[in-house]
Design a protein around this ligand. Structure first.
Ligand SMILES: Nc1ncnc2c1ncn2[C@@H]1O[C@H](COP(=O)(O)OP(=O)(O)OP(=O)(O)O)[C@@H](O)[C@H]1O
Ligand SMILES: [Mg+2]
Length: 320
């Protein structure tokens, strides 16, 4: 059963220019994206910088309003909910950030920070809150006496554990994790990823996990959606993606990331030549045609739909 269903999601940011600051164009950050996430499942979103990953995360969290499309959380359509109406649903979808420190008040003890949502959502106060917070600390691998410490006294990995404890405090169904381990040392990354996996197994959490790092994706995701310029170009289970990538862009990403010989890696990397085009002015047809080694004349004009080419394996390419 899916806990999050996103259909044809579009988010365009207007560009204003000229003396009168009229709208002169739009950044097509997310340009028609659909996916579902099941209870207990991790869907990874991967792609180069600027392809729209964080915008999808912020939109499903309703931190920004979608331009169009539909977001259904636990069977309820939350697309058009205004902040007040959205409030009760916020318990069910929480987030953890790349840099949890920036969202933590440096003057509050860690226990108060983690317990904030319990008060805000009227779940627990006073002694009951403290007991719940102590359990959360234990659950994420922090000692209960750390509740009295301040955010600056924790290491990066411990702060991410605090962020996870805070997100968990309201018992969400879905967690949007936007590059949660990118700022951490590789050894600490694995510890935090393993904690997230344990919590998922224990609590049946669904994760929308955003990362540009394929090794991280491979560790944590069940299914992976590869994004290019605001669109999903390939979506399938992790094993199939790494063994049988079908989209030329996925092929290039994998070749660049996994080649054992660095000289070969450099040569393969050349498959994704040039810079990512601007989402304010994306190429016609298939967005990837300007960098694709296999592009045909048709690719310049026809925008390929995301098709299911074998059970559960979706690809948006005219040639596959
Ligand atoms: N508030 C905004 N106003 C205007 N443009 C925006 C806004 N937020 C994002 N964008 C643009 O939308 C596009 C997608 O940005 P987004 O942050 O979603 O990418 P991303 O895939 O998360 O990249 P990264 O890997 O660097 O985090 C980019 O071109 C970005 O500049
Ligand atoms: Mg981002």
């Amino acid at each position: 059963m899916s806990v999050l269903d996103v259909t044809d999601l579009v988010k365009h940011f207007p560009i204003h220019g000229g003396l009168l600051q009229r709208q002169t164009g739009a950044v097509r950050a997310v340009d028609g994206v659909s996916f579902s996430i099941a209870k207990g499942e991790t869907l990874g979103l991967v792609g180069e910088s600027g392809c729209g990953k964080s915008t999808i995360g912020k939109t499903v969290l309703k931190l920004i309003e979608p331009t169009s499309g539909k977001i259904v959380l636990g069977g309820e359509d939350i697309t058009a909910l205004k902040p007040a109406a959205m409030w009760p649903h916020r318990k069910r979808i929480q987030t953890i950030f790349q840099d949890p420190y920036s969202s933590m008040n440096p003057r509050l003890p860690a226990g108060t920070i983690v317990g904030e949502p319990l008060e805000n959502f009227d779940i627990a106060r006073g002694k009951e809150r403290d007991e719940r917070v102590a359990k959360l600390f234990e659950r994420v691998g922090l000692r209960p006496d750390a509740m009295r410490k301040y955010a600056h006294e924790f290491s990066g990995g411990q702060r991410q554990r605090l962020g996870i404890a805070k997100a968990l405090s309201v018992s969400p169904d879905v967690i949007v994790a936007d590059e949660p381990v990118s700022a951490l040392d590789v050894s600490v990354q694995a510890q935090v990823l393993n904690l997230l996996i344990d919590l998922q197994e224990e609590l049946g959490l669904a994760y929308l996990f955003i990362s540009h790092d394929l090794a991280v994706m491979r560790h944590i995701s069940h299914r992976i959606a590869v994004m290019y310029l605001g669109r999903i170009v390939e979506l399938t289970d992790k094993r199939t993606l790494f063994s049988t990538p079908l989209h030329p862009y996925t092929e290039a990403l994998l070749a660049a990331a996994t080649a054992p010989d660095p000289r070969r890696a450099r040569r393969k990397k050349a498959i994704v030549q040039g810079d990512v085009p601007s989402p304010a002015n994306p190429p016609s047809g298939c967005h990837f045609h300007t960098r694709c080694p296999y592009a045909t004349a048709e690719c310049k004009v026809v925008s390929p739909p995301l098709r299911e080419v074998s059970p559960g394996h979706h690809v948006a390419c005219l040639l596959r």
